[in-house]
Design a protein. Structure first.
Lengths: 512, 313
C-alpha cells in the first residue's frame, strides 16, 4: 500500500546549551495537502525546519520520506529528496535575471556552455501551468517582492520538488498579493504537491490549510483539522492562554498640533525622482497616527527626513510650532523628538557597547552624565541605566554591563523604547517597533505607545503589519510611491480597502 | 607614432590581464588588492627562469616555459590570499596590502641571494634577460609585436565567455553577489572563491612577466612593478568588472602610460617642454580623476570583501 505521508518528522528532539528548542515534536505532512505549522516567535519552528534541511542534527527522532526512513545531513540531501523551501528572506541574486536564478545550481549545459533555451521553455511552461506570470528575463532587482517570491516558487518547481515549504511567505506581501499567493498554493496542492506553510497568521491558515500543527515553547501541542477549528481555538493553542487581540485605549482627547509637515519633498538617488513628493500632514497631541503602506514606498525616507538622517529638498517640518528642517539631529532630539528606528541594529544601538552606554547615546553630553572637564560620570550612568532596566523590564544577562549584541531582539527593542520614552518627548516616532517580536513583546510595546497617547503626546507609527495598522492608531495615512494617498479612520475601513490604496489601485486627494 | 601604438597595445594588454585577474577574484567575492605583489612574484619567476634557461633553447619553448612558471608562481602566491581570506576570514584589505609589501621584499631577497651565490661581489637585485626577451617579440616591419598582446586578447574573450556563457561563470558571480543564495542551491562557495582567487593569481603573475618584458631587458626587483597592479585595479573599477569594458578602460590608461614612454619622440609634445615626470605621472593622475567621476556609478559585486560564513544566514 502506498504511504499517505510525504514527510514525517517523528519525535524530534533538538537541544541547545541551556534550552530545548524542539522537545519531542511530531509533524506529519500528507501528500497533496496544505499543512500549516503554527507557533509564536521562538517556539521552535525554524529549528524544526533546520532539522528537516539537515542544518541541525537532532538528538532524537527520525525523518521519513514516503514512509522510508531517510538521513538528511545537509541542504543538498533535502534537495535530492525533492524538498524545497521559500525562505523568508529570499535567496536571489539581485543582478541576475529570473531565469539565471532559477537554473543556478542545476544549470543545463550543452558543449560546455549554458543552454538557457531548454530552461526558458520549462520555466515558461511551469509559469503558465500554475498561473505565476513571471517574465524569465526580468532582472530581480527590478521586479516586485511578489514576483521575487514567485521566482523562488519556480525555483522549487524547476527542480521538480514534491514537498514545498513556505516560511512566513505573506509577511512581505500586499493583501492582493497574499490572496494571489494563497490561490497559487491551492493550485500547487491540487497538482499533487505537498505544502508546509509556516505562519502565525490565523486568517491565512483558515483560508488555505487542511490541517494545522501547533507548537509552543518547543513542545508539540497538537495537530488539528482546520475545517472543524476556529481562529480562537488555534490562537489559544498557540499562546497557551486566551489572547486579547484588541489594544485597550481610553477615549481620545485631542490636543494641539505637535508635528506639522508642510509640502515636504525629499530627493531620491541622483537621476531618480523624489522619494517623498510634496507631502503635508499633521500629528496632534493625544493621537496615534499610523503611516501605512507597502515597504519601500517612502515611509523610511519620510522618517529619515523628520529625524534628520536625510536632508529635506523643499518644504517645512514644524515641531511644536518651531521649524526644525535645518536643525541637526541632536537639536531635534533635544527639542522633543524621540525616534524608535526601523533598523535597531543600524540606527538604534551600538551593538558592541554595553547596555548602559546605549541608554545614554543621545544624552551623554548632559551635565548629569558628563562632568565640566569632559569625563563621563560612570556612577550616574549606571544608576540611570539600572532605573530604566527596572522600569521597562529589560532582560539581559548581566544588567547594565551586558553587551547589547548579546541581548535578544525583543529586549534590545525594549531598551530603545525605554531610552526614547524616558526623554519625555512631545513626539514619538516608532518605525515598525514590533517587527520580528513575539506576541508578549508586541503587547508591551503597543501598551507603551498607547500610554504616550493617553498622556497627551503625539505618536507617529510606521507599520507594515496590517493587524497593527488596524488596531493601534487613531488615524491611518496610506503612503504610496512617496505620496499620501488616503486617510482613514481604522474603525471605518476594511483591510481590503486599505490594501487597494497601499497597492496604488486607489487614490484620494488628502487634505491636511 | 608607430611606437606610440606599439606601446599602447602592450600596456593595454598588461593592464587587461591584471584587471581581469582582479575581476575574477572580486566576482567570486574576494577583493584582491595584492595584485601588485602577485605581479612582482610572477615577474620574478619568469625572469629567473629566462636567465637559467641554457642558450639555444628553442624560442617557442622559452615562451611556453616562462609563461607557465609565471602562472604557477602567481597562483602559489595568491594562495596566501585564499587561505587567509576564505578560511581564516581575515580582512582582505590588510592581506592585500601585506601581499604587496611582501612581494617586493621576497623577490628582492631571493634575487639578491641568487646573485650573491653566483658572484659574491654582486649584491644587486637585478636580473638580465636581454636575449631571452627576444623570444616574445616578433618584428613586423618597424612594428614590434609582443606575444602577450595576443594572450591578453584571448584572455579577454575567454573571460567574457567564461563569465557570461558558462555554468562556472554563473556560479562564480553568484558567490560574489549573494553567497547564501549560492549555498542554498548546493554551490560550494569556498571552492568557487578559491577558483576566483587562483585565476586572479594566474593572470596577475602573467601580467607581471609581461610588464617587465615590455619595459626593459633587465629588471631591478627592489622597484616592484611601480604601481601597475593598482593601476589595473583602477582599470577594473572603471571597467565595471566586465571584460569588454575592462578592455576599453585599459586602452585609455594604456595610452597615457605609453605616452609617458614615447612622448620625447613626438615633436609636438616634446616642444611643449613639460618635465618628463609629468608624463610618468599622467596615468596615475588620470586614474584618480576618472575614478572620482565613475566609481560612484559602477557597481561592485555585492558580497565582495565579506568572508562567507555558513553559519550566518
Amino acid at each position: 500500500m502506498e504511504n499517505a505521508y510525504a514527510i514525517e518528522m517523528l519525535n524530534i528532539t533538538k537541544k541547545f546549551p541551556g534550552i530545548i528548542a524542539n522537545d519531542n515534536i511530531t509533524l506529519q505532512l500528507k501528500k497533496g495537502e496544505i499543512h500549516a505549522l503554527l507557533g509564536e516567535n521562538g517556539a521552535g519552528k525554524s529549528t524544526l525546519m533546520s532539522v528537516l534541511f539537515g542544518l541541525y542534527t537532532p538528538e532524537e527522532g527520525i525523518i521519513k520520506k514516503d514512509g522510508k526512513e531517510v538521513k538528511i545531513s545537509n541542504p543538498n540531501d533535502a534537495n535530492d529528496l525533492g524538498i524545497g523551501m521559500v525562505h523568508q528572506h529570499f535567496k536571489l541574486v539581485e543582478c541576475f535575471s529570473v531565469l539565471d536564478n532559477i537554473i543556478m545550481g542545476v544549470e543545463p549545459v550543452k558543449n560546455g556552455f549554458l543552454d538557457k533555451s531548454v530552461a526558458r521553455k520549462k520555466v515558461t511552461e511551469l509559469s503558465e501551468k500554475y498561473g505565476l506570470h513571471v517574465d524569465p528575463d526580468a532582472i530581480i532587482e527590478n521586479i516586485t517582492v511578489g514576483m521575487q517570491q514567485r521566482t523562488e516558487i519556480l525555483k522549487m518547481l524547476y527542480r521538480d520538488n514534491e514537498v514545498l515549504i513556505f516560511d512566513e511567505p505573506t509577511a512581505v506581501l500586499t493583501p492582493q498579493e497574499i490572496s494571489e499567493l494563497l490561490q497559487i498554493m491551492k493550485n500547487l496542492a491540487a497538482e499533487g504537491k505537498s505544502i508546509l506553510f509556516i505562519t502565525h497568521k490565523l486568517a491565512e491558515i483558515m483560508e488555505v490549510a487542511d490541517r494545522c500543527t501547533v507548537i509552543r515553547k518547543g513542545k508539540y501541542i497538537g495537530t488539528v483539522d482546520v475545517k472543524t477549528s476556529s481562529p480562537a481555538e488555534l490562537s489559544a493553542l498557540m499562546v497557551g492562554r486566551d489572547v486579547n487581540f484588541h489594544v485597550e485605549k481610553k477615549p481620545q482627547e485631542l490636543k494641539d498640533v505637535i508635528l506639522s509637515v508642510e509640502n515636504m519633498s525629499v530627493a531620491g538617488e541622483p537621476g531618480k525622482q523624489d522619494v517623498i513628493k510634496n507631502v503635508s500632514m499633521k500629528v496632534r497631541g493625544g493621537e496615534i497616527v499610523c503611516l501605512a503602506g507597502i515597504d519601500g514606498n517612502g515611509q523610511s525616507e519620510f522618517v529619515y527626513a523628520l529625524s534628520g538622517l536625510l536632508p529635506v529638498k523643499s518644504g517645512k517640518i514644524k515641531l511644536c510650532g518651531k521649524e526644525i528642517q535645518n536643525m541637526s539631529i541632536r537639536k531635534r532630539s533635544m527639542s522633543g523628538m524621540s525616534h524608535i528606528p526601523e533598523d535597531r541594529h543600524k540606527h538604534g544601538m551600538v551593538l558592541d557597547y554595553p547596555l548602559e552606554d546605549n541608554m545614554i547615546l543621545q544624552t551623554y553630553f548632559k551635565p548629569n552624565f558628563t562632568s565640566k572637564f569632559g569625563f563621563l560620570k560612570r556612577k550616574n550612568i549606571r544608576s540611570f541605566s539600572d532605573r530604566l532596566i527596572e522600569m521597562y523590564d529589560v532582560r539581559s544577562g548581566q544588567g547594565s554591563v551586558t553587551i547589547a549584541r548579546a541581548m535578544s531582539g525583543g529586549n534590545q527593542q525594549k531598551a530603545i523604547i525605554a531610552r526614547e520614552i524616558d526623554k519625555e518627548p512631545e513626539l514619538l516616532i516608532a518605525v515598525q517597533p514590533t517587527r520580528g517580536l513575539d506576541v508578549g513583546a508586541i503587547e508591551f510595546i503597543h501598551k507603551q505607545l498607547v500610554a504616550q497617547r493617553d498622556a497627551g503626546k503625539a505618536v507617529l507609527l510606521v507599520s507594515l503589519e496590517l493587524d497593527e495598522v488596524m488596531d493601534v492608531p487613531d488615524r491611518i495615512l496610506v503612503m504610496y510611491e512617496g505620496e499620501i494617498v488616503g486617510e482613514f479612520d481604522p474603525k471605518a475601513v476594511s483591510q481590503e480597502e486599505l490594501g487597494l490604496y497601499m497597492a496604488g489601485a486607489k487614490k484620494d486627494e488628502v487634505k491636511v | 607614432m608607430l611606437l606610440l601604438i606599439q606601446y599602447t597595445i602592450i600596456f593595454t594588454a598588461i593592464l587587461s590581464l591584471v584587471a581581469l585577474g582582479g575581476c575574477f577574484s572580486e566576482h567570486s567575492g574576494v577583493i584582491n588588492l595584492g595584485l601588485e605583489g602577485t605581479m612582482v612574484i610572477g615577474a620574478m619567476g619568469g625572469a629567473l627562469l629566462m636567465r637559467m634557461l641554457p642558450d639555444g633553447t628553442p624560442v617557442f619553448l622559452i615562451v611556453i616555459l616562462v609563461i607557465l612558471i609565471s602562472i604557477v608562481v602567481g597562483m602559489l602566491y595568491s594562495c596566501l590570499l585564499a587561505v587567509s581570506a576564505i578560511h581564516c576570514k581575515a580582512d582582505q584589505t590588510i592581506i592585500g596590502t601585506a601581499m604587496n609589501l611582501l612581494g617586493v621584499a621576497v623577490a628582492t631577497v631571493i634575487v639578491k641571494a641568487i646573485n650573491l651565490s653566483i658572484n659574491p661581489d654582486d649584491p644587486s637585485s637585478i636580473v638580465q634577460y636581454v636575449a631571452e626577451k627576444q623570444a616574445f617579440l616578433v618584428n613586423i616591419g618597424d612594428f614590434e609585436f609582443n606575444w602577450f598582446s595576443l594572450i591578453a586578447l584571448v584572455a579577454l574573450i575567454g573571460s567574457y565567455v567564461v563569465l557570461y556563457k558558462t555554468r562556472f561563470g554563473l556560479r562564480l558571480c553568484a558567490c560574489g553577489e549573494h553567497p547564501q543564495a549560492a549555498d542554498s542551491v548546493g554551490i560550494n562557495v569556498y571552492k568557487m572563491r578559491w577558483a576566483g582567487v587562483l585565476i586572479s593569481g594566474m593572470l596577475g603573475g602573467l601580467g607581471g612577466i609581461a610588464y617587465i618584458i615590455a619595459g626593459a631587458s633587465e629588471w631591478k626587483f627592489e622597484n616592484g612593478v611601480a604601481g601597475f597592479g593598482f593601476l589595473a585595479l583602477a582599470v577594473m573599477i572603471f571597467g565595471e568588472w566586465k571584460p569588454h569594458k575592462i578592455l576599453m578602460a585599459a586602452l585609455v590608461f594604456g595610452f597615457f602610460r605609453a605616452l609617458g614612454n614615447v612622448y620625447s619622440g613626438i615633436d609636438f609634445l616634446s616642444n611643449l617642454n613639460i618635465p618628463s615626470a609629468f608624463y610618468t605621472m599622467l596615468p596615475y593622475i588620470i586614474s584618480l580623476v576618472i575614478l572620482v567621476f565613475t566609481s560612484k556609478k559602477s557597481r561592485a559585486p555585492k558580497a565582495e570583501g565579506i568572508p562567507y560564513d555558513k553559519g550566518v544566514r
